[in-house]
Design a protein around this ligand. Sequence first.
Ligand code: NAD
Length: 343
Amino acid sequence: MRVASAATSTSLRLAYGAMAGPSARRSFATTSRFMKAYGFIGLGRMGWPMAKNLRAKIGKSDTLIVYDVSSDAVQKLQKEADGEVEAAKSVREVAEKAETILTALPEPHHVQKVYSEMLEPATLRTEAPNKNERLLIDCSTIDPKTSEEVTEKVLSSGAGKFCDAPMSGGVVGATNATLAFMVGCPDEMVDRVKEVLGLLGRRVIHMGPPTSGLKGKLANNYLLALNNIATCEAMNMGIKWGLDGKVLAELINNATGKCWPSESNNPVPGVLEVAPANRDYEGGFGTALMAKDLGLALTALEQADLKPVLGQHAQEVYKAVQQDDKCKNRDFSVVYRWLGGKE
Ligand code: NAD
């Protein structure tokens, strides 16, 4: 399995190398004159505020054309942007009219469908250097294998270039343009990708070649999934033994157990004022999204012939939490409640 994937990565590198000839590079160097038409597909919880920020930050004469299967989301954006957003009738229309296109879609199969619809029939060829090369940026969290297939599809179509750029920062980050993006693309694409994503976030980290952004994101979220459960268990045991929650959290956060869930998202109500635990676990990072990311990480591990020691058990915990009516769809720190923690 790993050998096959390494071979595909090599073919990707070769394909990118072939496309990045002198004329392609020349077109990057002269981007600003051509980067006038932007597209956005997938106006959900993340995509809608991102598209709104994009419209506000690009030039007044630049165009933004959007598509979502939900016409409500499109109309709401048009209203918000005083009609300065064009509504496409299909994803293909976005691909035809825009040179820089972002997608923020829920699952791998949505990404596959949208990119197939954009690229087929394969008549959308980029004519660098006269026309700026089309850049397709996928901000969805999906598995690296699907993303690799999409990369190949874009390259073989000749329609442009593609990069994976999953994000973190949640809806608050999308709204405030403070997202962090983890990018997978060849070195020569980095400047242009950073220029675009810099409009929507605070940090753009180039992780390496295609799929590296997703691999980084999934490795981080795998760790987060485990740290969260461990924090909930540790807080629960300490409090059940009679310790004060705030004092225990202070100890952990000044000792070796410190992690993001203990310090910034503590699961015990009353310990940290700003944490979702103080709002009945509303908002924050939902258990369904955590289960999704963990599932993607486990799939990617399997594809790489790696055996997780803790991940599968953690996945069972998040699935059980989602089936509990008192915990379902709340911030993932609600695992503390699911464990029977004192509130
Ligand atoms: P969402 O479900 O709220 O939005 C997805 C949007 O895509 C919806 O508006 C839906 O109508 C649209 N869509 C689905 N199929 C489509 C198609 N064929 N054509 C056009 N539009 C289509 O999802 P979200 O919360 O915005 O997340 C988007 C991605 O970002 C996901 O991959 C998610 O894992 C990731 N992400 C989400 C968060 C978060 O806090 N919500 C944080 C980081 C990363």
